[in-house]
Design a protein around this ligand. Sequence first.
Ligand code: ADP
Length: 475
Amino acid sequence: MGEGNEGIFPVKDALEMVIMFDRSGKIVYANDAAEVKLEYDKDLCGRNISDIFPNHFATAENGLETEYPFGHGLQNLVAYRKNLTCFPVEVRIMESDGYPETYICMANDTLVKEHLRREIAQVKQEVRQAEKVKTEFVANVTHELRTPVNGVLGNIRELLEMETDPDKLRPMQMIERCCGDMNKIIDNILDFSKLEAGKFTLEPHRFHVRDMLDYVKAHHINKITEKGLEFFVTVSPRVPEYVVGDELRIKQILNNLLSNALKFTSVGKVTLEVLKTAQVNDRIELFFIVIDSGIGIDKADRDKLFQSFSQVDASISRKYGGTGLGLNICKQLAELMGGRIAVESKKGVGSTFSFSIWVDACSDDSGASFRTDDVKKSALMKSRGEMQGQDPGALKQFGTQENRAALEKNLSKLILCVEMENWEKAEMFMETIRQLTERAPREVGRAVLRLKMAIQRGNYEKVVSGFEEVKGFLQ
Ligand code: ADP
């Protein structure tokens, strides 16, 4: 082989180095790339493969000594040039099919690749460093901002206590509100930068679910009365009294969703509903739904809602204010708690935001709380049962004759109310249907929930299809 055989090797001009050697290691062919890369002057043939890969091949009296795993796998070796400098290569060496007792070695210079890998690692390191600097900067600036804002807030509150002149009180109250808003923005920026930097940690502890909801309600009560809105909170009796979770962050999500619901609703109502949707050993999935009858959100805008700094349009931010960070923080918090956030909405009709989270059951008192709920629930069912002259146990049990009859009756009353556009009354029957299906299989529960949402949103078409779906389960 050698000069005369070059024509039969289509690899002559290949970018990859191609070297052939015999059993003794003697190189019998080298393409141009190998000659150039290894800096030989057309004199690579006749050399030994151990000159190129001295760490893996050695010449011995009885031939070539090597532990190289011949085959098709790629190996990372170091190749030596004629001048004994070296560079990393990716190599594949195998026995040649066409030439007996000959090996073929194909090698790629990975120096550039290696350089790129190192550069990427360095850039990544620099980005991480820049992120760290940015996070620290944001934390410092927001902290620095908080001090003067709290200074103004403290003083204005003192002045407010002393002031009686209504003309002076109004601007002072405005200053107080602005300081409060500023603090909220500072909190959001701090949370956002911590979440982005992966430095956010949850702080779970045992808390009373219904007390937390009362607190949340109290937080919004002024806005609700100011706007003359209706506000309902319903908690499924299946939700335990105590759970272990990060109460502060759950409140934060609820407050954000409720503030938005109240901000974007001028007539009608806002409801908050809490359900227990799953339990796996000691882990409980809680599901929160916030429904409003506000301005609603276009389908096209819905996807961007949970992105950071996203507001539906500039006119909305001018009219209603906000940073566009709230929902992104809610999404990240819900995901940190093992759940998800979602939105359904219709422009001009209203929006439904829902999120799930996983919490731990309290081994000491959750059983008791379940019993307490059961007692309350059965008392409720008992009075209802007594009123209707039915067996309350059977009434509660999905699929029993009593349960089915009660469901049929309430469903037909509900659809009648919907036909007559008496949505308020429809909601009443809906609540009874919900209670009657509390012990039903999951898919029935979901269908009932869909029907309930359709009723709360006054969506006739969806109510009819939801109604058919629930009826389908009865048959
Ligand atoms: P912001 O702090 O600006 O309110 P959010 O992330 O909480 O930020 O909300 C982003 C945008 O999503 C709002 O500016 C508004 O356009 C839209 N949005 C959120 N909730 C509602 C809602 N209940 N009804 C209508 N639009 C909403």
